[in-house]
Each structure stands twice: as C-alpha cells, then as structure tokens.
Ligand binder design. Structure first.
Ligand SMILES: NC(=O)C1=CN([C@@H]2O[C@H](COP(=O)(O)OP(=O)(O)OC[C@H]3O[C@@H](n4cnc5c(N)ncnc54)[C@H](O)[C@@H]3O)[C@@H](O)[C@H]2O)C=CC1
Ligand SMILES: O=C1[C@@H](O)[C@H](O)[C@@H](O)[C@H](O)[C@H]1O
Length: 363
C-alpha cells in the first residue's frame, strides 16, 4: 500500500552500522516518514539497504541531498564527511539529523553555526541520543526540580566491549567522550571551560601508544567538576553509567538496564547490554520520531548545531589535553544571538550565583 503523500521523504547518507540501523527504524518503526533515497560510498551497501526498504540509490551524496524528492536528510557517514554534507543540507534549506560528531574540527563546526544563523532558522539536529533516553530524561528532571539540591559533581563511566584497531586515544575523545561532553552540558545546563586527561596503565588489548582506559576531568563555567572514565576495550559488555552528586542527594543511572534477574545453577544474576544499540534502542527511536515530527514542520527538536559545535570544541581541547598532559581551556566563540557575556558563561548561570562569583573570578 502506498504511503500517504504527506510523509517526510528522507535521504539516508552512509548506511554502515548506524545508518542502516536508522534507515530500518525509519522504514519500520517511525510514523510519518519514509526513506526515498539511500547513499553510500560503498555501492553494494547502498543497494542492499535500498532494496530492503524500497528506496532509490543516488550515488553522489550531495546530489542525494539536493534530490527534489527529498525533504530531509539523515547523515550517518563518518565524522570527516559531515562538514560538507551538513553545509549542503543548509544550502538546500533541508532539515538534517547528523550523527555525532558534528564535524572533526572546531572551525568547520563553527562555520556551520554561522551558516545556520545566516539562514535564521534551526535546521541542524545532532545525534546525541542520550538526551532522549528515559533514564537521562528522569535524571535531568530530578536536577531541574531541585531533587538533588545544587548539583556539585557528575561521574560518568563509558565502557565499550571492543572497538576497531584505529580507535586511538584521540579518537576515543572525539568519538566516545563526546557523548559525556553533551551529557554534562545537558544535565548541568552550562558550558565546559576546561579539560584534563589522566592516562594510566593501558589494557594489553590496546595498541601501542593508545591509553585505554583514560580518566577525563571537565570543569564547567560555574566550577563544577565532571569525571569520565572512558574504556573501550573491556571485552565485557556495554556499560554506560552516570551519577550526579548534589548537596542534598545523589542519583545514578545506567546500573541495571532491562534487568531480568535470573537464577540458575545456584547463582543469581542478569545480563549486561552487549552494545549501544541494545542499551540506547529506545533513545534512538524516540530521537528519530521526534526529529521526523519536527522536520515535517521544517525545524528540529533536540540538540542543535550549537550543541554540536560546543561538543567538538571541548573534544578538540580534550585531544590537546591527551597530547600535553596539561589542563586545556575551552574558549567558545560567540553564540549567534546571545549577548557576549552569555556566550562566555555558556548557557544559564546557576541561580543565586552572580557572574563575579563564578570560576575565572571565583573567590
Ligand atoms: N549515536 C551513537 O551512539 C552512534 C553514532 N555513530 C556515528 O555514526 C556515524 C557512522 O558511524 P558507523 O555507522 O559506526 O560507521 P560505519 O563505518 O559502519 O558506516 C559509515 C558508512 O558511511 C560510508 N561513507 C563513508 N564516507 C562517505 C561519504 N563521504 N559519503 C557517503 N557515504 C560514506 C561508508 O562506506 C560506510 O558504509 C559516525 O559519525 C559515528 O560517530 C556511530 C555509532 C553509534
Ligand atoms: O557513538 C558511539 C560510538 O560511535 C562510540 O564509538 C562508542 O564509544 C559510543 O558508546 C557509541 O554511543
């Protein structure tokens, strides 16, 4: 049966692991959208996914974006392809959901911030799916409603069972830690102002020169500390936890996702989610459904181009911190439409604390 004409017609660029997952979700689990165009540098992958979901293959990614039948674009190519492809979406005036990271360097990310500002309407949404995860949403709500008092510390754990060989220390920051950068900004509602990286003993599974695990320490505009353990070759499962410690309480998420307690052979236990698709399946689907609804109205509903830029800027400082062992400041450029002081402080300052009290001018 033909889909109603009002469905959002989407082009998916890059149908490797993540793009194929999103394309299938759009085709089978998302209301109000259909994939009409598929593009991938690997023609066999494009043909396979397109055939499965009844879409057309367009061999050139920029032509796929400009295709007259396409209303909106989902980008799941590797980060180094994002700058040109997101810019092409802005040039075509089409809403885009771009997987993280926005780009691979701060300048190209900021160029997209400026390009979107020149258009005057938000079109770029970032694939920081944790903002749509029920546990992160509940944690944010707890903080916002004062349930923990003033949040003082955030502790994050990010463990992957395995990654490809090319995942060196710098890539771990840009590709994995970027999620905690966004989580910290989302939960605390303020910008990150410095990064330090501690490199300890590495797992024997890590290639020579790669520090896996690492501890990353962020400082925020109001002086809060955020720690992140990044360990991507545990050989165990996918473990992502976040604890917020406030003045009147603490809360932890990610302990027992989908726990089914089993009892066998004289023992009890449960299964840890094996990968991010299992852990964040609900979040990816909610993200996609809300993006489709917003893109149908020509806008976004989630983290935007500024969030993408800020995360890239923090990660760039993080890469310098890996290389130098020093604390590296993060200096964001001006946020379009925000007063200069607001840009320097990030988002909202904590209620009850005035600017001279904050870090940089902290007593
Ligand atoms: N939000 C999340 O939890 C996750 C996000 N990602 C992000 O998704 C993106 C894709 O990652 P994966 O699917 O793991 O990579 P992948 O390597 O499995 O797939 C990338 C695909 O893009 C194609 N490609 C490469 N350059 C291209 C170009 N210029 N134009 C068109 N196609 C091109 C490749 O042939 C490949 O099929 C990355 O930005 C990654 O960081 C990946 C995993 C999880
Ligand atoms: O985005 C993701 C991957 O690209 C990244 O490599 C993993 O470390 C993350 O856990 C996953 O969510």
């Amino acid at each position: 049966m033909a889909e109603p004409a009002s469905d959002l017609r989407v082009a998916v660029l890059g149908v490797g692991m993540m793009g194929a997952f999103h394309a299938d979700a759009l085709a089978t689990r998302t209301k109000g959208a259909r994939v009409v165009v598929v593009n991938d540098f690997a023609p066999d992958k494009a043909a396979e996914v397109a055939g499965r979901i009844g879409a057309r293959v367009v061999a050139d990614p920029l032509e796929a974006i400009r295709d007259p039948e396409v209303d909106a674009v989902l980008i799941a190519t590797p980060g180094k392809a994002h700058a040109e492809q997101v810019q092409a979406c802005l040039d075509a005036g089409k809403p885009v959901l771009c997987e993280k990271p926005l780009t691979t360097d701060e300048d190209s990310s900021y160029a997209l911030v400026e390009a979107e500002a020149a258009l005057g309407r938000p079109l770029v949404q970032l694939g920081f799916m944790r903002r749509f995860d029920a546990e992160y949403v509940a944690l944010k709500e707890l903080i916002t409603t004062g349930g923990l008092g003033n949040p003082l510390l955030v502790h994050c754990t990010h463990r992957n069972p395995s990654v490809p060989e090319f995942f060196n220390s710098e890539f771990m920051i840009r590709d994995s830690v970027v999620h905690e950068v966004d989580v910290a900004r989302f939960l605390l509602d303020e910008e990150i102002t410095s990064v330090r990286v501690l490199r300890g003993v590495a797992t024997s599974a890590a290639p020579a020169g790669t520090s896996d695990p690492m501890i990353v320490v962020f400082e925020t505009a109001s002086g809060r500390l955020v720690t992140d353990e990044i360990y991507v070759r545990t050989g165990i499962a996918y473990e992502v936890r976040t604890e917020v410690v406030g003045e009147t309480g603490s809360a932890t998420i990610g302990l027992d996702q989908n726990l089914v307690r089993t009892s066998t052979d004289g023992r009890w236990g449960g299964q840890i989610t094996p990968g991010f698709v299992e852990r964040f399946g609900q979040a990816y689907d909610t993200e996609l459904q809300r993006w489709v609804a917003a893109a149908s109205r020509g806008t976004i509903d989630g983290p935007g181009v500024w969030d993408g830029y800020a995360a890239v800027a923090v990660c760039e400082a993080g890469v310098k911190a890996v290389q130098t062992g020093e604390k590296v400041p993060v200096e964001l450029k001006a946020k379009p439409g925000a007063p200069a002081s607001a840009a320097a402080l990030g988002t909202d300052a904590e209620p009850g604390i005035t600017e001279p009290d904050l870090i940089g001018g902290r007593p």
